[in-house]
Design a protein around this ligand. Structure first.
Ligand code: BES
Ligand code: ZN
Length: 739
């Protein structure tokens, strides 16, 4: 019987066997085995075309500046605000300015303009409640246009007179409204209770707008090709702190000191916010100014009990008081990173480079929000071993924030460049061997991803993606990051570092504050190559052909790379694997040996060691844990690899610590693969059990992997950010989990 038929038969257990399994098991049968194919609910779109994951008509009109006024309401758990948009209309002649020679009133124009698209502005929204839209001469007519699960709802505003300033008054769903919508609603914003924070004293909220979630807290043209500057005024609880992806000022005079010619920027904000608030005394105001054009996915906000510690004139760390000293110690090299990055790629444009350490539910490792990178606390290990993540986010200040992928199909331009830059920064700071070690670890991850994708979605192993009709999140794989990096390393080898750096510098200078596509990059790269490289290493034709193959071919021709630094880890895992294959158990003596071999190991040695181990016997797993205490480590990267090895090895004594880990950390890169692996291994065990028992269904308690996945997720889910929830719900197909 094929596996498919087999699943089919266990989806319909007989009534007698049903009695033997609990409610949870029934849920399992329905949901787990229903997850064979991914359901993508993406209805066909109507009249308006969707371009680049946005409903907006930015080819026609763009917002080039926003004045944002927001109240952060922890009681309601929502944002209430108004935004003034500065619009630039394209030059299509405005046919309705006059009618029969007479100038029209906004009202008559409004009626006529329903058919005249040139005078409509379309924004992206998701989960927003629009109160009203006001133009320069009064209220404007608006309506919701097309909508779908992934992209949200188009907000169509008629602007008959092509006003250059329009204001939207709106709010995000509140706590109750969100609850009413049930699970499955994704928002950039996560609201945390005090017990979800490090210090456990105050609530916290933060945003994660990339890729297309800015629209869940700001009506906007949520497409990378629309760049804009912004001012913001935020009204927030006075016992907390606030940051945005912009320079912060505590008062208007403080702002005017720095920007004397910008008087008036914040004028209308203050009164409005204060008068609209229920309890102004408990709130205070902060002002933000982003003078450089950014794209919507870089809009960010966080409010919580965090303090700051300065590392240099243009760099400070924000963290909760109980974590601040540790964080500042961990990230002490940041100022040096900023200097070395600037020496490689040109002046740092964003004035300050700060890092905010978020609570552990932050779904990513880091997010390159301009002026203030958001970071997971899981990189604070006490040995500064995971700071390359900050080199990565810093590198985005050039690749991504200055020069941005034009579409999500070009995502590798953001991430591949950034991993390459990250490597260069790390090399400058810590030497070639260290950078090479990181590259070898990256290659290990890439090979795993490639193996999986070649089976499930080979087309997604291309650098240039095709994400039409899909969630751009699907492109968030090691292909963009690591294949992208190794392509650029290959380019560097072909041209020589000096020439390649010259190319990169001019490319970044030319496209700063703009966007680029893969095709444009290829055109400029090959033209540069043709002009400059005459060393006979590679013919013009070969270079062009190879570049195309890197970008458009599926799979990957693996370059051979080795790391002297990691050799020891590799040989030790090979040794242990072969011992295990021969059913041999480590002796005490080898325990001592193991301790001495690894006494000078860093986090990376352990990661490489664990990742190269096959599934091990119970005895050998127990032995490893007794020597290294992996189950108790607070180093999340090591803990994660140990969880994965434990699942692969069916080492049940680790299950308590896996459950704890799933509750302690919400970073998707960690928790998703753990659930995925538990379900995968559990499915295999269930099949085997039923085959042996000649049963059509199984008892959940007999399948520890599935039981752990279900039990953990049931209680941990509420603490995860909706981006993480959404990915894991997909594994269980559990949209209605807690209803
Ligand atoms: N910009 C990304 C995070 C991202 C990408 C969020 C796309 C949502 C959609 C960030 O720079 C990133 O790559 N973070 C990595 C860390 C990095 C060291 C590989 C992460 O979160 O793991
Ligand atoms: Zn990145």
């Amino acid at each position: 019987m094929s596996d498919d038929n087999y699943f089919c038969s266990i989806m319909c257990p007989s009534s007698t066997s049903l009695k033997k399994i609990g409610l949870l098991s029934i849920l399992m049968l329905i949901f787990i085995f229903g997850s064979a194919q991914k359901l993508v609910n993406f209805p066909k779109v109507g009249v308006k075309s969707i371009k680049n994951h946005s409903f907006s008509n930015y080819q026609q009109v763009k917002h080039y500046k926003m004045d944002v006024a927001l109240t952060v309401d922890f009681e309601q758990q929502n944002l209430q605000g108004n935004i003034t948009y500065h619009l630039k209309w394209n030059s299509v002649p405005n046919r309705i300015k006059t009618q029969h020679g007479k100038k029209m009133t906004p009202n008559t124009a409004s009626i006529l303009s329903t058919k005249i698209d040139e005078n409509t502005v379309i924004f992206d929204t998701k989960g927003l409640i629009i109160n009203r839209v006001i133009g320069q001469s009064g209220l404007l007519t608006w309506r919701y246009g097309d909508s779908n699960d992934i992209l949200g709802k188009a907000l169509e505003i008629e602007v008959p007179l092509r006003d250059t300033l329009i204001k939207i008054e709106y709010r995000t769903y509140n706590k109750q409204e969100l609850k009413n919508r049930g699970n499955g609603f994704i928002s950039a914003i996560q609201w945390l209770n005090p017990d979800q924070t490090h210090d456990k004293n105050f609530p916290f909220m933060f945003s994660q707008s990339q890729a297309i979630l800015a629209r869940t807290w700001i009506p906007c043209m949520d497409a990378p090709e629309v760049k804009f500057t912004y001012n913001a005024c935020v009204f927030y609880p006075s016992n907390l702190n606030v940051v945005m992806s912009a320079q912060k000022f505590n008062s208007i005079p403080e702002f005017l000191q720095k920007y004397p010619s910008n008087a008036g920027e914040f004028q209308q904000f203050e009164k409005k916010l204060i008068s609209g608030s229920k309890s102004p005394a408990k709130y205070k105001l902060a002002y933000f100014h982003q003078s450089l054009p950014i794209t919507s996915y870089l809009m960010a906000i966080a409010v919580g009990d965090f303090k700051e510690k300065r590392l240099s004139t243009n760099c400070l760390i924000y963290a909760e008081p109980g974590l601040l000293e540790k964080a500042a110690w961990e990230f002490v090299d940041l100022p040096k990173m900023i200097d070395s990055a600037s020496s490689l790629y040109g002046k740092y444009a964003w004035k300050e480079y700060n890092v905010l350490v978020l609570p552990p539910s932050f779904p990513f490792g880091g997010m390159e929000n301009p002026v203030v990178t958001f970071a997971t606390p899981t990189i604070i290990t006490g040995d500064r071993s995971l700071v390359s993540l900050l080199a990565h986010e810093l590198a985005h200040s050039w690749s991504g924030n200055l020069v941005t992928n034009a579409t999500w199909d070009d995502f590798w331009l953001n991430e591949g460049f950034t991993v390459y830059f990250e490597g260069r920064i790390m090399e400058k700071l810590y030497g070639k061997d260290y950078a090479q070690m990181l590259a070898v670890l990256g290659m290990g991850e890439l090979k795993k991803t490639l193996k999986d994708l070649m089976e499930s979605a080979p087309a997604d192993t291309r650098l240039k993606l095709d994400l039409k009709g899909r969630n751009p999140d699907d492109g968030l794989t090691d292909i963009a990051y690591e294949k992208g990096r190794f392509f650029l390393v290959w380019c560097e080898q072909m041209m020589g570092r000096k020439l390649f750096d010259q190319f990169l510098n001019q490319y970044f200078k030319k496209h700063a504050f703009g966007t680029t596509t893969t095709e444009l990059f290829v055109r400029e790269l090959t033209a540069f190559y043709d002009k400059n490289v005459k060393n006979g290493q590679l013919s013009k034709l070969d270079f062009h052909k190879n570049v195309k193959s890197w970008i458009y071919d599926i799979g990957f021709k693996e370059p051979k790379i080795v790391s002297a630094y990691l050799k020891e880890s590799e040989s030790l895992s090979a040794q242990l694997n072969s011992l295990d294959h021969q059913h041999m158990i480590f002796s005490d003596e080898s325990g001592l040996k193991l301790k001495s071999i690894t006494s000078s190991w860093t986090t990376h040695h352990f990661l490489h060691f664990l990742r190269n181990l096959d599934s091990l016997s119970f005895a050998n797993m127990r032995f490893l844990d007794s020597i290294f205490h992996f189950s108790q480590t607070m180093n999340s990267e090591i803990a994660f690899d140990w969880c994965m090895l434990s699942i692969k090895s069916a080492y049940y004594p680790s299950y308590t610590s896996i459950n704890e880990f799933l509750h302690r950390v919400g970073r998707r890169k960690f928790v998703f693969p753990i659930y995925e692996s538990l379900i995968h291994e559990g499915q295999k065990r269930a099949q085997h059990w039923m085959r042996v028992q000649r049963k059509e269904t199984f008892d959940l308690v007999k399948i520890p992997e599935l039981k752990l996945a279900l039990d953990s997720y049931e209680s941990a889910r509420a603490g995860y950010h909706s981006v993480t929830q959404n990915s894991i719900d997909g594994l269980f197909q559990l949209d209605q989990w807690t209803k």
